[in-house]
Write a protein that binds this ligand. Structure first.
Ligand SMILES: [Mg+2]
Length: 387
């Protein structure tokens, strides 16, 4: 399976839009830093409990349907990865120490990290509790380069919080994210604007954020193994094969990503999705829906109760997306309840039983704010989109 969990913030306010000069977006060469804490939850546990240091630590609830929230680097040596079932982790390393997640503590540490970021820039876009994009084109300490900013942030995190972070520095978000992963853990990697093509073209397509194992395999079947292979394809060929994602791939192969860093956004939705290794009929999707519900529940870090709407997303073999959503009278109070709502939404997909699906996703959206009481029961109109 090819699992992705995403936390989608509110869309940016109109004032955040980049200035436009003669129809061209200005300041496209930005200085972006992507900071990613190393094995975050597991590192916090090891930091706070000396007995866990140097040992394989798995942050997960133990249970048949639980998934790994984080694994220490010692545990990763056994092949343990986050988002894998906890039972698989146990099988890979029976001696691993399982620690139940403590999101309240992780959130507090995350806020301390955010405070460090904000000494350098207010343009901070968190992706999750442990990673964020920073636009440091202008930075508060007036350091001359983004590399200097990234170095100082890493030092401050190490000295003040006793944790390590990896950072990537690049002219845009897409490249900065690849760069932060390049020297992980505890590394810094810089991609200068003139190095983009030579760095990018030899990379396997699986390095592109969003291209998981399954998509990578499908691309290989079309003769696309590296970013260079992707670069050599016509836009129309990519669009035929991958729908509107084709344009994004075409641009990424050229190192183009004009998405600005969007700060001050409130979480709007949390979702997780899996692309199946083989396309499957609707009736066979229940185990995945249950697993995804659990991932979403955990990613919400205890905040799931504040989400008013449950969303089920499916993508057909032919890349048509379908979404069904429900806003129940009260937000789901347990992971089981979230899973059963998602499964009930599945009943509202009315296609031929023979229809095959390539992807399923479960999400929570429409997060409640303090001054916004829960809305009464209503069923949203089914919305179908294709991409
Ligand atoms: Mg991380």
């Amino acid at each position: 399976m090819d699992a992705r969990v995403s936390i989608i913030p509110e869309p940016m306010a109109a004032t955040d839009v980049q200035p436009v000069v003669d129809g061209v977006t200005a300041a496209l060469i930005r200085k972006i830093v992507h900071v990613d804490m190393d094995a975050f939850y597991a590192s916090v546990e090891q930091r706070d409990n000396p007995e866990l240091r140097g040992k394989p630590v798995v942050v997960a609830w133990l249970g048949n349907r639980s998934v790994v929230c984080a694994a220490s680097y010692e545990a990763r040596r056994y092949g343990i990865r986050s988002a894998m079932p906890a039972v698989s982790a146990k099988r890979l390393c029976p001696d691993a120490i399982f620690v139940p997640p403590d999101f309240v503590r992780y959130k507090a540490v995350s806020s301390a990290v955010r405070e460090i970021f904000q000494r350098h820039t207010d343009l901070v876009e968190p992706l999750s509790l442990d990673e964020a994009y920073l636009d440091v084109s202008e930075n508060k300490l007036h350091l001359p380069t983004a590399t200097r900013v990234a170095k100082m942030i890493r030092e401050q995190i190490r000295e003040e919080l006793n944790l390590t972070a990896s950072a990537g520095v690049a002219p845009n978000k897409f490249l900065a994210k690849i760069a932060s992963d390049w020297k992980k853990p505890n590394g810094l990697f810089v991609i200068q604007p003139h190095e983009v093509q030579s760095f990018l073209l030899p990379l396997p397509v699986g390095r592109i954020p969003g291209v998981g194992q399954v998509t990578e395999k499908r691309m290989k079947a079309f003769g696309i193994a590296t970013v260079g292979d992707l670069y050599s394809r016509e836009l129309s060929a990519l669009e035929n094969q991958f729908g509107s994602y084709g344009l994004r791939l075409y641009q990424l192969a050229r190192g183009i990503d004009n998405n600005p860093v969007m700060s001050n956004r409130v979480t709007k939705s949390i979702s997780a999705e899996d692309t199946f290794a083989e396309d499957i009929p609707l009736a066979a999707t229940e185990p995945q829906i249950r697993l995804l519900a659990e991932k979403v529940w955990k990613s919400s870090g205890g905040n799931a109760r504040a989400a008013k709407t449950v969303v089920l997303k499916l993508k057909t073999k032919e890349f048509h997306s379908l979404t069904r959503s429900l806003t129940p009278p009260a937000p789901p109070a347990s992971c089981e309840e979230l899973a059963s709502i998602a499964l009930a939404l599945r009943e509202r997909i009315q296609l031929q039983p023979a229809q095959l699906f390539r992807l399923v996703g479960v999400g929570l959206s429409n997060f409640q704010t303090a001054d916004d009481p829960a809305s009464p029961l209503f069923l949203e109109e089914p919305r179908e989109t294709s991409r």
